[in-house]
Design a binder for this molecule. Structure first.
Ligand SMILES: C[S@@+](CC[C@H](N)C(=O)[O-])C[C@H]1O[C@@H](n2cnc3c(N)ncnc32)[C@H](O)[C@@H]1O
Length: 256
């Protein structure tokens, strides 16, 4: 993997990129009520700068976060101190031990926000990721995540250019869409001011989207029962044209 969320990590929250995660936290607690999800042990997959970890810790949950980026994890550490367990892991590999028993750790629920699972670029890797998450959930545990749909990558990312600026930071995101493979790449260019000098850094991120029937099939094959696929932030059923979905799935059995 080329380096993603490297220097981007230090400016992520300043750009407001963590707002979605915080919105997802409020929404997830509503879903917890709706589906009567009560356990207090949570696992965040692709925790990034730790905003959701902090939110859940502040709401009385014991949280473990995993991410591939040491730079994002360093930001998460600053935000959460010692209140959350942070582990570097690159999906689809995932192996977390319980800190006390040293047996495989099993949470009551797993969450993953801001299209993090779209970074799994093959169905095989996404399927393995679902299976690995399932192994880290107790029987009857829950998985809640949001994802970009093929429609989002086609119409929102598309071949569009976005930009933004603060007094000491500017960014340009140039997207390109590969319809045949439902893959979208965004080339991110940042300019950050240090004193009187502007520094440039670049990253390239690729996401893949999966149709709703394909996602359902993969989740079922990984031992989950899909309870709902919503238009994100609502409890309305997602449709083909929905851009961001939220999936609520319950572990039925271990697979593999
Ligand atoms: C869009 S950010 C979302 C971060 C956080 N969940 C949020 O809502 O702000 C995507 C995150 O996924 C992580 N990520 C991408 N691919 C990954 C992989 N294969 N394994 C583990 N983490 C990955 C990145 O390092 C990054 O922190």
């Amino acid at each position: 993997m080329s380096k993603i969320y490297h220097q981007f990590a230090s400016v992520y929250d300043r750009m407001g990129a963590d707002h979605h995660s915080l919105r997802m936290c409020d929404y997830t607690l509503e879903l917890f009520k709706k589906f009567r999800i009560r356990g207090k042990q949570g696992l965040e997959i692709c925790c990034g700068t730790g905003s959701a970890l902090k939110y859940f810790v502040d709401h009385g949950y014991a949280m473990t976060g995993i991410d591939q980026s040491p730079h994002m994890l360093a930001e998460a550490r600053k935000k959460t101190g010692k209140s959350a367990r942070l582990i570097r892991a690159t999906l689809p590999k995932l192996k977390i031990a319980d800190p006390e028993t040293r047996k495989p750790y099993q949470a009551d629920f797993a969450i993953s926000f801001y299209d993090s699972l779209n970074y799994l670029l093959s169905a095989k890797d996404l399927q393995t990721t679902f299976t690995q998450i399932g192994r880290h959930l107790r029987p009857g545990g829950w998985l809640i995540f949001d994802m970009n749909t093929p429609n989002a990558l086609k119409t929102i990312w598309g071949n569009n250019v976005w930009g933004g600026s603060l007094d000491d930071l500017a960014w340009i995101f140039r997207h390109s869409y590969d319809e045949a493979n439902i893959l979208a790449t965004v080339r991110l260019t940042f300019f950050e001011r240090h004193g009187r000098v502007w520094h440039r850094f670049d990253e390239a991120h690729t996401e893949r989207a999966y149709t709703l029937p394909h996602l359902r099939k993969m989740l079922r094959a990984s031992g989950f029962s899909v309870k709902a696929i919503y238009r994100c932030y609502t409890v309305d059923r997602a449709e083909e044209k929905t851009n961001r979905i939220c999936v609520v799935a319950k572990k039925q059995k271990d697979v593999g």
